[in-house]
Ligand binder design. Structure first.
Ligand SMILES: *Cc1c(COP(=O)(O)O)cnc(C)c1O
Length: 362
């Protein structure tokens, strides 16, 4: 046995911590923004049938270009997208890593607006790309002018707009994306991991025509209740997809992943039927916490960033002691809470009410 500090690790990885949201078997897990509703039984049966069929062929490598799945994803996204504009990998994290491998790297930069998804700087260091985190305004909402000014100043090779933004929930407005695209010459990624929950705003997929440097990243991990399968995808100009095919590992999407995802998309209506309930629970939770005196930030996602905790670490532990896991992201005074089922939301409201401490002013 040796220790990490004794190994000849790459310089830019020294001192880093791995991504580490706690994984614990508690009754109420509201810490990583999963869809906590189960998949309908008839959909389970159809996925299992597709998997059985796929297993019969696993002596061969899978379709490297996963065309059936790309056709299904193009159909799901609509807007006359064709399979040549679609890419997928094992979670959108891998899709984003491939984008960084193709367009980032040593001497290049990745910019985003913080606080935002904690994986972006980790993906940057993993590909030796310089990370530029530009702080968001106090209400976390990006403006077209602010974003354009930052992109003109830094001229990054890649910029990511996360909308709705994790961990704040803040939606990203259409004019912000347009202004961002026009402000620099690099790759612009809109990370729409939570898009299905933002019924108020259309997908940036609509903005793709005429914008060959725009990449729209999506995932089946959140609204689709498919986090365990690991399937993220992206829509962009076919030339961008050609770039990603240069860096992907051959056969990166297993035959089982392709079969399960293709089957699930056949049932997208049923798979997404829980979205309306999750949105309703989000609003119920927001109203209850606001009533208790907490500060709830506007959210277009399946979670809320909640301020007013005098001691977020203590509140986190008190909730954990009651079997409820939420996320403490070290934003002063704040916790991030996923909207779950009606019963989970009830348990959470009860537990926060029982904390009994008056919310801190912030
Ligand atoms: C959860 C999440 C993802 C999705 O990751 P997967 O690898 O697809 O599970 C991507 N971006 C953001 C902002 C997320 O919150």
């Amino acid at each position: 046995m040796t220790s990490l500090s004794d190994l000849p690790l790459r310089d830019n990885l020294v001192g880093l911590e791995p991504y580490g949201a706690p994984q614990e078997p508690v009754p109420v897990s509201l810490n990583v923004n999963e869809n906590t509703h189960p998949i309908p039984e008839n959909v389970v049966a159809d996925i299992v049938a597709s998997l059985a069929e796929a297993v019969r062929g696993v002596n061969r490598y899978p379709d490297r270009e996963f065309m059936e799945l790309r056709e299904a994803l193009a159909g799901y996204l609509g807007h006359e997208l064709v399979p040549e504009q679609i890419w997928a990998a094992n979670g959108s994290n891998e899709v984003l890593q491939q984008v960084l491998q193709a367009f980032g790297g040593p001497g290049r930069t990745l910019l985003s607006f913080t606080p935002t998804y904690s994986m972006y700087p980790l993906l940057a260091s993993g590909t030796d790309t310089e990370w530029i985190g530009v702080p968001r305004p106090d209400d976390f909402a990006l403006t077209a002018e602010g974003v354009a000014a930052a992109l003109r100043e830094h001229q990054p090779d890649i910029a990511i707009l996360c909308g709705p933004n994790n961990p704040t929930g803040t939606p990203t407005e259409r004019e912000v994306i347009r202004a961002a695209y026009d402000a620099f010459d690099g790759i612009l990624i809109v990370d729409e991991a939570y898009q299905e929950f933002d019924a108020e705003r259309p997908s940036s997929v609509e903005l793709l025509p005429g914008r060959p440097r725009l990449l729209v990243s999506r995932t089946m991990s959140k609204a689709f209740a498919f986090a365990g399968v690991r399937l993220g995808y992206l829509a962009a100009d076919p030339a961008v997809i050609d770039a990603l095919r240069l860096v992907r590992l051959p056969y990166h999407l297993s035959a089982l992943t392709q079969a399960a995802a293709t089957a699930a998309i056949r049932h997208s209506g049923e798979m997404l039927a829980t979205v309306a309930d999750i949105r309703a629970q989000r609003e119920r939770l927001a109203a209850a916490l606001t009533g208790l005196g907490y500060r709830v930030h506007p959210s277009g996602a399946n979670f809320l960033l909640v301020g007013g905790f005098a001691d977020p670490a203590a509140a986190f532990e008190a909730l954990r002691a009651r079997g409820i896991l939420v996320r403490n992201l070290a934003i002063p005074g704040h916790l991030r809470i996923t909207a779950g089922t009606e019963a989970e939301t009830s348990a959470l409201i009860e537990a926060i009410t029982a904390l009994g401490e008056p919310p801190a002013a912030d």
